[in-house]
Design a protein around this ligand. Sequence first.
Ligand code: SAM
Length: 192
Amino acid sequence: MREYDRIAEWYASERAGQAGLPEAVALASSIPYGSRVLDAGCGNGIPIARALLRAGHRVTGLDSSPAMLERLRGNCPQIPAVRGLLQACPFAERTFDAAVAWGVMFHLTPEHQIQAVAGISRVLKTGAPFLFTSGDEDNFEGKEGTMNGVVVKYFSFGVGNYRRILGDQGFALIDVHQDQGGNTYYLAAKTL
Ligand SMILES: C[S@@+](CC[C@H](N)C(=O)[O-])C[C@H]1O[C@@H](n2cnc3c(N)ncnc32)[C@H](O)[C@@H]1O
């Protein structure tokens, strides 16, 4: 997805405040200091990758947009900025102790979301938490939205389907909740 190349500057000023920060901080404090954490769809790293880093973890950022990754490098030079796709997770098996994906799953088609969950499962160690946001209703065709005039599509599964997809890929769904901005958070743990 390259749409974010066109809105990287706008996104930096418009991102909805600190959304996702409490959940990311909670995840960061639930794992040992110095854990390896994947921020999938990391964008410019503010506020989530930076918070994971400040909590003392070794963070890797994955994103498809060169412009967003350039900003990540500026904001958090210590974080390796990897260009790639969630649906083709470019890391070795069992590399990470945790993964976060805020505001990205819903940009992937249903098929790519399933591939993304499978890829993240592959690169996580047993017991690792995986926190992501998406919608909470089945929306397979995708709804169009605009960000600063750039058209993007949003897809989702409902909670029951996410539970099933996660289960199929070796995760147990632990918690689902919504924030005030309407983002639905899924917290899962890898069981295999
Ligand atoms: C709404 S932004 C969220 C950025 C960041 N997680 C945050 O908390 O602000 C979505 C990000 O996902 C990236 N993205 C979209 N589709 C992707 C894909 N298939 N693989 C990797 N990154 C993707 C975009 O480039 C963008 O940086």
